[in-house]
Design a protein around this ligand. Sequence first.
Ligand SMILES: [Zn+2]
Ligand SMILES: [Zn+2]
Length: 154
Amino acid sequence: MEIAAGNRANSTTGQDELRFRIIPSIDKGKRVVTPQREHVYYVLLGERDHPTAEQVFLRAKKDMPDISMATVYNCLDALVTSGLVKQVNLDRGATRFCPNMHEHCHFYCESCGGVYDIGLTRARPEVPMPRGFKATHLELSIRGLCPDCTAKKK
Ligand SMILES: [Zn+2]
Ligand SMILES: [Zn+2]
């Protein structure tokens, strides 16, 4: 398995990616593009640290003070349905949101609570399935310490 810290490598995306991706995807899902949905998507692309809905709301409010929590939930729901954003559920704790639609798994730092993308580009982990089971989807999370927390523990 190739380990790549996706969060850092992907941090240069912005408005262009937004324009090219959001409009066709939302149209396809028969979802209407609204300034709120664009804005919420932009917030998610801006800081790829897997925020919770509440964190997205706080960030979205900075440039759009009128946006409500209910609207943020609605926008996140539309983005997930349109296939632009993935929900990430790690045991204990609120659902987080990830705009990286490439195949990846999540590394959860047990010390600071940070969530990082780990690319799964080279090799798919081979999971032996018992007879009769058909896997359609693999969800993998890794727990441990991020580089900052590893350095602090020394
Ligand atoms: Zn950490
Ligand atoms: Zn992710």
